[in-house]
Ligand binder design. Sequence first.
Ligand code: AMP
Ligand code: MN
Ligand code: MN
Length: 312
Amino acid sequence: MMITLKEAAQKIKAANKILITAHIQPDGDAIGSTLALMQMLRSIGKSAQIFIDDTVRKNLHALPHFEEIRRPEDGEKFDADLMIVLDTSIDRIGGVRKLTDAPILNIDHHVTNKGGDFELYVETSAAATCEIIFKLAAELEVEITPEIATCLYTGLATDTGFFQFSNTRAETLATASELIRRGVSPHFISEQLEQKSLSEVRGLSAALNSLKMFYDEKVAGMILDHDTAKKFDSTEGFIDEIRVIETVDVAFLITEKAPNFCRVSMRSKGVNVAQIADKLGGGGHIRAAGCTLKMPLDEAEKILVAAIGEAL
Ligand code: AMP
Ligand code: MN
Ligand code: MN
């Protein structure tokens, strides 16, 4: 059931023990929004705990309260009277789903979020879930501390490619401006976020070497097999290096995380890649989407290239 942000705030005010989660393969928006919300809820006397069922990229570890994020263990239960799911539909939260039977409140900005038998606030024009959480702070009458502001700014910056992508709107920059007023240092956050390990940079070189072009150079793809991919811990940002090719509308990266388990990322300048990802069992936004294909790498490539060709 779709609700308003005011109703979401009322739901939160009525709860006391709140479990917060976000999607697996967490990005800056997932981590930033959960950490900000946890601090906000605690400041109004709620008990709040974040669980995320995945490892988190190193350059997000310095965010305030990061060390308090827990990963659910097999068979573990958590006593809560509300579970808040941020930045994803509830099918991408892994084992967190089994921690509690508490009612769910889902807050998200993905067009592919189809909701379910629970309350959903989805704002697809928001650049990041962090933009929504900033507005929620006003509804909850919470003061934005420098620590909360830092978490929110991180989500805004990462989901917009540092305010460059098409999802950047006036409200995004107004929110960022407000967060800077509350104590954020954009320069400090940018420097931390852009850090890469040596192996990641070497990985980028391997990825660029795998570049393939399709459909009159309208589509560019990089394909990383498991042997190559396992040498480095993250492929974040790789796809942006080929999205810029002047002829390219759709860029993709397929990473064979394990045999028969291929992660797909897509970016576009026009084509609706959320629709392509949705058809393949994933989701995302019009110009940034992804899915997981549980099949051999060459088969995944064929299916993906065909689906993109259909959409062109
Ligand atoms: P990424 O390419 O991993 O940065 O993801 C781009 C966008 O697509 C993000 O908004 C993700 O939340 C979304 N996305 C990526 N993979 C999936 C998936 N398997 N299912 C649903 N959404 C996804
Ligand atoms: Mn995200
Ligand atoms: Mn997001």
